[in-house]
Design a protein around this ligand. Structure first.
Ligand SMILES: C[S@@+](CC[C@H](N)C(=O)[O-])C[C@H]1O[C@@H](n2cnc3c(N)ncnc32)[C@H](O)[C@@H]1O
Length: 247
């Protein structure tokens, strides 16, 4: 029998998947693990949060990304997750380690496909999120945001399906695909989804792995034509609402 496609999962099955170890992820942030530091440093530089920013994070899990942006950027952040445990743990971790952030870094349980957003939001971030949701949910979220904002900056950061590690994981060769990664996409697929839901891509780039022994290989081959896509570990895409689109 064929493995289920991303859109075959019911909402209940999506909730039941293991998406992340929220506590371990926050602990890795506190201890400054290489992977966590590499990701947070990139997101911070890429998003350039300013004190007048109000950033929504889709799928906030442990809360470390909102905490980091609020801490270092002095901005407001709101993390939304569909897992009540994520909301409980992220709020508890913030209060334990950074109690001063309580007013401007908050976490709520919510359905991003239908929720009303605060019109004061200035940026929307999807870090390691789109690979966890089926197309029907991704399209509904992008359309819901698009309907409510004429102008806002959207940031998508996600593993690239074309990278050699993802190919091995998806064929169960040497590496195992995490159970929550049901919809890892290529750059071309993500750009299509954005266009279809009324967004204009303003920048589309890639990043290396944080592993020191893989990075030089990715840097050496990732810029080559044709084969480069097999060495591009993560995609980093910025988009804005397409004012001409009626989607
Ligand atoms: C890998 S974690 C995200 C990591 C986090 N953004 C960060 O940067 O630290 C994926 C998260 O997405 C959440 N999630 C999955 N599907 C969702 C949905 N439809 N709506 C909201 N959250 C969802 C999961 O509960 C999980 O916490």
């Amino acid at each position: 029998m064929n493995a289920p496609g991303p859109d075959d999962y019911t909402d209940e099955e999506l909730h039941a998947l293991f998406h992340n170890n929220h506590e371990a992820a926050f602990a890795a942030y506190i201890s400054g693990s290489r992977h966590s530091s590499d990701k947070q440093a990139f997101l911070f530089d890429w998003m350039a949060p300013a004190p007048d920013d109000f950033i929504l994070e889709c799928g906030s899990s442990s809360g470390k990304t909102c905490v980091d942006l609020s801490r270092r950027g002095n901005c407001r952040t709101l993390g939304v997750d569909f897992d009540a445990e994520a909301v409980r743990i992220s709020s508890a971790m913030r209060d334990r380690y950074f109690p001063g952030l309580k007013e401007r870094c908050q976490f709520v349980l919510g359905d991003l496909t239908t929720m009303r957003f605060d019109p004061g939001l200035t940026k929307i971030l999807m870090p390691d999120f789109t690979e966890h949701i089926p197309d029907r949910v991704l399209l509904a979220i992008l359309r819901n945001i698009r309907r409510q904002f004429d102008d806002i900056e959207l940031f998508i950061y996600t593993p690239a399906r074309s990278h050699v590690f993802e190919i091995l994981k998806h064929h169960n060769i040497l590496l195992k695909n995490p159970s929550g990664h049901i919809n890892v996409k290529t750059m071309a697929q993500l750009l299509d989804v954005l266009r279809e839901t009324g967004w204009v891509v303003t920048s589309a780039g890639w990043r290396c792995s944080s592993m020191w022994y893989v990075k030089p290989i990715e840097l050496a081959f990732g810029y080559l034509p044709i084969v480069g896509k097999y060495f591009q570990r993560r995609l980093a895409i910025k988009a804005r609402p397409d004012k001409a689109a009626t989607s």
